[in-house]
Write a protein that binds this ligand. Sequence first.
Ligand SMILES: NC(=O)c1ccc[n+]([C@@H]2O[C@H](COP(=O)([O-])OP(=O)(O)OC[C@H]3O[C@@H](n4cnc5c(N)ncnc54)[C@H](OP(=O)(O)O)[C@@H]3O)[C@@H](O)[C@H]2O)c1
Length: 235
Amino acid sequence: MKIMITGATSGIGYQLAIAYANLGHQVIACGRNPSKLKQLISLNQNITSLCFDLTQYQDYPDLDSQIDMLIFNAGDCEYIDDSLNFDAKMFERVININLISVAHGLEKWLKKVNKKGRLVLISSSAALLPLPRAEAYGTSKAGLTYLGKTLSISLKEHDIEVTTVHPGFVDTPLTQKNNFPMPMLVNSKQAADKIIQGIAKGKAEINFPFFFVFLMKCLSFLPLTLWQRLAARMV
Ligand SMILES: NC(=O)c1ccc[n+]([C@@H]2O[C@H](COP(=O)([O-])OP(=O)(O)OC[C@H]3O[C@@H](n4cnc5c(N)ncnc54)[C@H](OP(=O)(O)O)[C@@H]3O)[C@@H](O)[C@H]2O)c1
């Protein structure tokens, strides 16, 4: 298979790139850091790289060949600490990288995905439940989950499958800046293994750790007034 992965210079994307290359697949690793990409391609000759910033939509490169799988993994997280003094610029930054860049990527590359190919969106378990301080991140991921699920319906007739992924906490540079407890934390290799296993089974939705996401889904059924009280204790 030929697989394109955004955000392959770090964390989950990096582990996905290495794991798929080790399985013998051709990987196009995307990132904006040339030295990290150089280090990555030196690890396995199945990996090639494309260097660009996903928020510079006009800079997206053309692909010179078809691909079998397109994994939108790149993302960032910033928290809103003072929602009364709402920081629209920050909100825009997070939405741009986590959601709008995916729309531009779809416009640019979706037609390059082969029939029987797959689109993978790395969303987050934060999409499932309104979490304190996650106004920007959670909104972007809830949008991404909706997008993935809608596309899974509309792309069926084009013979393209869609997988939406909801990870819990994964130990990566993105979460290493968090100063709160992260229950059921897994490492990025465990996360990549779960994603690869789920994709191999053809799953439309991948959730891990299972119990963590199950709990999030159960909590999402609570009346909002009750969840407001529970969530307020987390702040
Ligand atoms: N870690 C978790 O607990 C967790 C949980 C749920 C979902 N997720 C999601 O999983 C995905 C991967 O996250 P991660 O934890 O592996 O984070 P990470 O280690 O910080 O990796 C993020 C990747 O995205 C790239 N990226 C960010 N902004 C970019 C931009 N403007 N242009 C191009 N590339 C950009 C980064 O490249 P640079 O190296 O150039 O910055 C990096 O390769 C994200 O979508 C995240 O929301 C993570």
